[in-house]
Design a protein. Structure first.
Length: 478
C-alpha cells in the first residue's frame, strides 16, 4: 500500500539504526510506527534497499512478525515505511521474570521459523534484542528486515551474502568473516539474545573489546563464548550452547528451538518431575505446550490423576491459591510454585492435597498474606501470638509473632522458614539451625516460646475440612 507523505503524521522519536530513524505516528487515525530513512537521496542503491525491505515485509503475514501497513516511496525526501506500533523490545526486558522471557522467546522463535520456512528462505541477518518487539498484551514481533536476505542461488545474491552487515556482538562467526550465510546464522544470533535475556548483560562487555578485529579474534579465532548462568534450567543452558556452535551445521533449527524452549519453560515453571510429565501430557495440544489453562479443565485432569472426586472442598482452597483474576485461569508457574510449598504432586501414601488439607485445618496457617497484613492481623495481640504464612520466596514459609523489646514495647518479629520438598523445614535462631519434619513440629518447639495462634485465617474459617484426601475415591468422606 502506497501512503502519500501528507497523510503520515509523526511525533515522538522512538529510536534509530544505521540507516533509519523510527517515530511514533498517525495514519488515517491509527497510531503507527514510522521509519524514516536517513539517506533520502534517490541513489539507485538506496532505492533498491528500500524496495527490497518493502517487498519482503509486504509478503510476510505471521502473528510474530511485525505487520507492514504501507510505505511512502513517491517523493524524494519522503521515503518512509509504516508498521504497527509496539511498546518496547527484548532489550528492555531485564525486569521480567524468567518465565515471561522464555515465553516471549518462544514467540520470537515461531516468527523466525516462519521466515526460514519461506521459499526461497529469508535470512534476517540483523537479529538482536532491539529487533524483537513487545507490546502491552503479550504480543512479540520480529522486526526490522532492512538487512534481510532472500536466499536463492543467483551470483548477485551469493556476493550479497558475504557482505559484513549487522550488529557485531550478535553476529555469527561466518557473518563476521564475510562467509556464506545460512539460516543457522540467525540461530547463532538468537543464542546471543537468549544469553542477554537471562544474564541481563550486554555480550562481551567484560572483555572491553575496542575494535572489530579484536571481536573477530575473540569469537572466530579463540572461539570464546559468554559464561551461561548456572541457575538456569538444564535444557535452556544446552540450547544456548547449541546455538553458539562454531559449525553452523551443528546448530539447531528454529523448529528445534521451539521444542527445546517448551521443555525449558516446563523446567522453569515446575520443579517436580512427575508434575512436569503430568502437565505436558494433559496440556500439550498440536505439539504446543499450553501454560495457561481454565481451572475447570485443570481440576478435571488433576482429580482424574489423583483418583479423587472433583467436588472436594479442598479444591476451593486450591482455586483461591491458583486463580489470580476473574478469568479463572491457572498459570503453569503458579501450580509449580504451589508444589514447592505443598508438594510433591504424589507420594506413595499421600498427595499434595492431603498436605494442603492438613495445613488448612491449622488455626495458625494464614497462607498467602503479606508481611504488612501479618502485622495488621497481630496488632494489639499478646506476646507470643503468632501465625505461619508463605514467604515471598516460593517454597519457603515465614513465622510472624508478637514479641516485647527491653522497653516493653510490642512489635512483630518475622522469621524465615526455609523449606525443601521432601527434606523438611529449617529454623535458624541465635546462629543455630534446627530441622523439623513438619510445620506442626516446628510450632511446638519450646525454643520459639509461642503462645496462641492469631485468629483470622481465611482457610480455617471458610474451608474447615472434614474430608480425607488419600488418593482413592472410595475413601473420601463427605
Amino acid at each position: 500500500m502506497e501512503i502519500p507523505s501528507e497523510d503520515i503524521e509523526t511525533s515522538d522519536f522512538l529510536g534509530e539504526g544505521v540507516y533509519s530513524e523510527v517515530y511514533k505516528g498517525y495514519v488515517y487515525g491509527t497510531q503507527v510506527a514510522v521509519k524514516k530513512f536517513k539517506n533520502q537521496g534517490l541513489d539507485p542503491a538506496v532505492l533498491r534497499e528500500i524496495r527490497k525491505e518493502v517487498g519482503i515485509m509486504r509478503s510476510l503475514r505471521h502473528p510474530n512478525l511485525l505487520l507492514f501497513l504501507g510505505a511512502c516511496t513517491e517523493k524524494p525526501g519522503h521515503l518512509m515505511i509504516v508498521t504497527e506500533l509496539m511498546e518496547s523490545s527484548f532489550h528492555e526486558m531485564n525486569s521480567a521474570d524468567l518465565m515471561t522471557k522464555l515465553k516471549n522467546a518462544r514467540l520470537a522463535a515461531r516468527g523466525m521459523s516462519w521466515l526460514h520456512s519461506r521459499t526461497p528462505v529469508i535470512i534476517h541477518r540483523d537479529l538482536k534484542p532491539e529487533n524483537i518487539l513487545v507490546d502491552g498484551t503479550g504480543g512479540v514481533k520480529v522486526a526490522d528486515f532492512g538487512l534481510s536476505l532472500v536466499k536463492d542461488h543467483s551470483k548477485q545474491e551469493a556476493e550479497e551474502m558475504r557482505k559484513i552487515r549487522g550488529s557485531p556482538a550478535f553476529m555469527s562467526p561466518e557473518a563476521l568473516l564475510g562467509q556464506e550465510l545460512t539460516p543457522k546464522t540467525d540461530v547463532y544470533s538468537f543464542g546471543m539474545i537468549l544469553w542477554e535475556l537471562v544474564s541481563m548483560k550486554s555480550p562481551y562487555d567484560d572483555l572491553h573489546i575496542e575494535s572489530f578485529e579484536q571481536l573477530i579474534d575473540v569469537i572466530c579465532v579463540k572461539k570464546i563464548r559468554e559464561k551461561i548462568p548456572s541457575n538456569l534450567p538444564t535444557t535452556l543452558k544446552l540450547l544456548i550452547e547449541s546455538c553458539w556452535q562454531p559449525d553452523p551445521a551443528q546448530r539447531p533449527t528454529f523448529l528445534n528451538i521451539i521444542v527445546l524452549l517448551e521443555t525449558a519453560i516446563l523446567e522453569a515453571g515446575i520443579e517436580d518431575k512427575e508434575a512436569r510429565v503430568w502437565w505436558q501430557k494433559c496440556f500439550s495440544q498440536n505439539n504446543t505446550l499450553r501454560t495457561d489453562v481454565p481451572f475447570e479443565t485443570f481440576l478435571m485432569h488433576l482429580s482424574n490423576h489423583l483418583k479423587v472426586q472433583s467436588n472436594l472442598k479442598i479444591f476451593q482452597g486450591l482455586r483461591s491459591m491458583l486463580v489470580k483474576n476473574d478469568r479463572d485461569i491457572v498459570h503453569m508457574e503458579d501450580f509449580g510454585n504451589l508444589l514447592k510449598w505443598f508438594g510433591p504432586l504424589e507420594e506413595s501414601d499421600k498427595n499434595f492435597l492431603a498436605t494442603m488439607q492438613n495445613l488448612f485445618n491449622k488455626r495458625w496457617f494464614h497462607g498467602d498474606i503479606s508481611q504488612e497484613s501479618a502485622e495488621n492481623t497481630l496488632a494489639g495481640s499478646e506476646p507470643g501470638t503468632y501465625l505461619i504464612r508463605f514467604s515471598s520466596t516460593p517454597g519457603n514459609f515465614a513465622l510472624s509473632k508478637v514479641v516485647e523489646n527491653q522497653s516493653k514495647e510490642r512489635m512483630v518479629l518475622h522469621i524465615r522458614i526455609p523449606h525443601t520438598v521432601g527434606k523438611g523445614y529449617s529454623l535458624t535462631l541465635d546462629g543455630t539451625t534446627h530441622q523439623f519434619p513438619s510445620l506442626e513440629d516446628l510450632v511446638k518447639t519450646p525454643i520459639l516460646q509461642l503462645g496462641s495462634a492469631a485468629p483470622g485465617s481465611k482457610y480455617y474459617a471458610q474451608l474447615r475440612l472434614k474430608q480425607i484426601v488419600t488418593g482413592y475415591v472410595n475413601t473420601v468422606n463427605q
